[in-house]
Each structure stands twice: as structure tokens, then as C-alpha cells.
Design a protein around this ligand. Sequence first.
Ligand code: HEM
Length: 431
Amino acid sequence: MANDNIYTQTTSNTGESACPVTGLGATFHPFDDPYLADPYPFFEQARQGEPVFYSPEINHWVISRYDDIKRVFLDHETYSARNAQTPVTPWPPEAAAMLNAQGLRLMPNLSNNDPPAHTRVRAFVGDAFTPRRIQWIEPHVRRLITEAIDRMIGLGKADLVKELFYEIPARVLLVFLGIPDADVAKVKTWSEGRALLTWGRLTEAEIVAQIPSFIEYVRYCYQLVAHLEQHPGEDYTSELVQKLNAEHPEGLSKDNIAVALFGFLMAGHETTTNQSGNGFRVLLENRTAWQNLCADQTLIPQAIEEILRHQSGVISWRRYTTKEVVIQGQTIPQNSQLLLLLGAANYDEAVFAHGEQLDLQRKNARQHLSFGLGIHYCLGAPLARLELKIFLEEMTRRMPSLRLVKDQTYRYSRNTSHRGPLSLWAEWDVV
Ligand code: HEM
């Protein structure tokens, strides 16, 4: 049971000794400033100077050009997704033992699974993730955003992350999944811990200290499936459980639903929280773009694609080589971990002219790689786009004078992949 647990397996690696440490490899410090505060200068350096390099700090090969990353995403046989959730900073044996002792299954399911098993799970959960389901959630999204703006609008100044972006995506997701709203603080705490356990750089003691909360989180997902089987609602999880019981799809069980929930409870809101913070920051820094949006809301769908491209909330994603490959003349051994710099690809001049500029008229903005590509393309993209749309519609309509508070410092958590400001202070005219 426990040894199919993706958190406690050792992912075999080529190891530093086999890999050349070149210029950029020695200067790539993804958990520290200046990269943490602004990785885009480094992205440019990598794309131009060393589009494939080995990083001893995280034991990954780092890829930064658009076409290379696109090829990797589209070739799932050569580039497995199996390491997508493997801790970047390996857990000490004590942490793995604590989790294994629980006997909770955390097998590969969606983002870290390969065909044919991935195909089965994706078809099953994807069938219920329909446009009808997005229509069903839309009034809930609108209500949550409107109520939060009502509470905030008289203040004239607020941290938008705290008042809007931190909790609302999670509260939307709770409705979507059939989880009581009262559990929002728990869910946020669990997913923050998980983000650091998977993509962060904690000390061994910090990792061990996080494990009890991580166990509670996994257990909660299993309990939720059992509860919704007995007391189904109108939500997505209830639909999945009923579908499973009606269809008995081969090779799938309620464990797959529980592990999918475990995935959604991170992927389904931390990403949107970060994307909203990044998006509003860049729009408000480009005053003309913000004013154009306020004057013409039909620009919003295009603005969503451009902020996803320009300031992705997921700046990198991972793959694993199933055989030796050559990319940009660089030989990468079999069983190597790859870090795909999506943020770098999104500025690649070969695809996006003046990629560093925010341009709401950009024709091909939607070609960004912020949702990945191919068989793992983000399942939640329609929900993320819906939330961004309603944030933008309501705020351009009700707060057109919104502007960033000057001279604030933006801080980001120490995470290789998920990036968004921890606070975003703005002010506006109270009328
Ligand atoms: C702006 C917000 C979001 C961003 C930037 C984002 C980004 C991503 C990325 C980069 C991947 C990996 C794609 C690949 O490997 O090719 C992914 C996968 C996934 N995302 Fe999202 N995501 C967002 C929102 C969401 C939401 C709201 C949900 C759920 C409600 C969600 C659920 C998933 C799932 C389940 C997968 C795995 C799909 C698979 O492996 O088949 N994401 N996302």
C-alpha cells in the first residue's frame, strides 16, 4: 500500500557528479533573491545564453526556450510527468516514515501520472468538469467577489491579497467540491504547507514539523469522499462519486477521487490566488492598460490571456526523462529531472514579440504555456479564467480609480513553481 506513495518514493537521479555545472547552473538560486523577487532577468539570461543547464542546487536540468518546453510537454513518452509532485527538497526518512505509517494511499493520479493510468483518471474526472459545471459555479463566484468588494470598498485602501485573492479562490473551490465554507482556514493552511513541502526549501526539522498537518489534509480528502457518498450534494465531488458507483470504471476506485481532491485542494486555489495577485499588480503598474480595461470591458478575455502570459502564477513545471535526450545540443541522461521555466518561455521573442511588454492587443497571447500543454493541460483552466474574469469585471466597474500604494515591497514565498505576491496594497477613491 504505502510504497506507491509518491511523497516517499525516491526518484532516481543522475546525481551531480554526472552533470556539468556551467555558468548559469552555478548562479541559479531559485529560493533566494534576486530571483525570488523577480526571476524575469534570469529567465532572459537563460533563454539567450544557456537555454539548457544543470542546476546542482535542485538537481534538475533547467529548460527555458518556448519550443523546447513545448516539445517536452507534447512528448509524454520521452518526458514522464511522474515527478510533478515529488518534493524538490527530498524529505528526511523520518518524515516519510511518519506518512507511511498512516497507510494512506497517495498514488500517482493526475498531474504526476502517465498513460495509460493517467488517461483513465483524466477521462473520468474530466467528464464531470463540464461547461455546465462552470455555469453552475458562476453565480457563486460572482456572489463571493461582490460581497468581498462590498466589505472593502468603503476603506479606500487595502491589501488586495488579504481582502480578495487569498480566500475567495479557496471559497469558490469549496463550493465546487462540496466542502463547508467554515473549513476555508484549514484548507488554506494545509495547502500552504503542502506547497512548501513539495516545491520549497524547508529544513529537515521544518519538513518533519509539517507532516502531522499534511496527514490531516490527506485524511480529510478520504473522509470527504465517504461523507459525500452518504450525503450527496450538487457539487462536483458528489457527481464523481455517483458516477463511479454507477459506471464502475475499470481500474478506478474511490481512492482516485480522494487523491484527485487532494490535488484540487492545492491546484484549484493557490494558483488562482497567485495569478490574481500577479495579474492585478501588472495591470495597475501599466496604468494605460488598466484604464483601457475600465473603459472597455470587452477587452477582459484578452487581458486574462495576457496577464497569464506576462506574469504566470506557475513559473515552472517538471518532467522526468525516460531515456537519454539531446536538447539544444546538450545531452541529458535518462532518469533526469527537468525544470521547465514556463515564465521564461512566455517571454520568448521567437513566439512573442517584445515579450516583456504587457500588450492587451497581443494576438497570440493565448499561446502562453502557463497552463501547460498536451495531455496534462490544466483541467481547471476554465474555472481559473472564470474567476479572473469576474474579479476584473467587478473591479474595473466598481473601482476604476484603483492604484498601487507607492513604495511597497513585494514578497514571494520560497517556491520553485508557484509565484504570487504575499501582499498587494492598493488604494482608490471612495465615492
Ligand atoms: C491561474 C490558475 C492556474 C494555473 C496557472 C494552473 C497551471 C497548471 C499547470 C502548469 C499544470 C500542469 C500542466 C502540464 O503538466 O502540462 C496544471 C495542471 C492541473 N491543474 Fe491547473 N492551474 C491553475 C488553476 C487550476 C484550477 C482552478 C484547478 C482546479 C479547479 C486546476 C487543476 C489542475 C489539475 C487537476 C491539473 C492536472 C491535470 C492533468 O495532469 O491531467 N488548476 N495547472
